[in-house]
Ligand binder design. Structure first.
Ligand SMILES: *[C@@H]1O[C@H](CO)[C@@H](O)[C@H](O)[C@H]1NC(C)=O
Ligand SMILES: *[C@@H]1O[C@H](CO)[C@@H](O)[C@H](O)[C@H]1NC(C)=O
Length: 161
């Protein structure tokens, strides 16, 4: 039985079980995987990205809906301010995506940002009805006063009516 227990704790069985038991507190890594997120910041200080509702992959973004974004990260730098930049990536071209609130300090982050502290960044992703129905990658960056990255992540989405 000990050998079995050891095997269970190491094997993917445990991961699979957790996935099927929504009441179980999911690990941060699991949440990152759930949203199929790719981290593009060099320091990898993001612990969790939650885009919701996004139950399937790629994220189906319906026109006329505001999606909520919650990014938990630990800052590796100090900064007075922070500005978000969001792009739609298609064929390796970045198309800027306008945000109603690009100021990170008005999105759940207490500024100035301190090094080593953990923050939850909250914003919404408005999907306007005039957007085309296409597949693309959404890239979300938060930059400090000097343009250094506080975080960067990407998620594949499909815009739909
Ligand atoms: C989305 O957010 C915008 C701006 O805050 C608001 O005007 C609009 O009514 C919201 N749409 C929905 C469907 O909640
Ligand atoms: C954002 O995510 C963090 C980490 O999971 C959580 O503690 C916090 O309550 C979330 N905030 C909102 C508004 O959902």
């Amino acid at each position: 039985p000990w050998a079995l227990r050891g095997w269970l704790s190491r094997s993917s069985f445990w991961t699979a079980w957790k996935t099927r038991n929504p009441d179980h507190q999911p690990s941060k890594l699991h949440l990152l995987r759930k949203n199929l997120c790719q981290i593009c910041s060099k320091d990898g200080s993001i612990s969790e990205v939650n885009v919701s509702p996004c139950p399937v992959q790629p994220c189906l973004l319906h026109k006329g809906v505001n999606y909520s974004v919650n990014v938990t990260f630990s800052s590796k730098i100090e900064s007075q301010g922070s500005q978000a930049k969001v792009y739609g990536e298609m064929l390796h071209v970045d198309i800027p995506f306008p945000l109603e609130q690009p100021d990170g300090c008005k999105c759940g982050i207490t500024c100035p940002i301190e090094k080593g502290r953990s923050y939850s960044y909250l914003n919404k992703l408005p999907v306007k009805s005039e957007y085309p129905s296409i597949k693309l990658i959404v890239k979300w960056e938060l930059l400090d006063d000097e343009g250094q990255m506080l975080f960067c992540w990407k998620i594949p989405v499909q815009i739909t009516s």
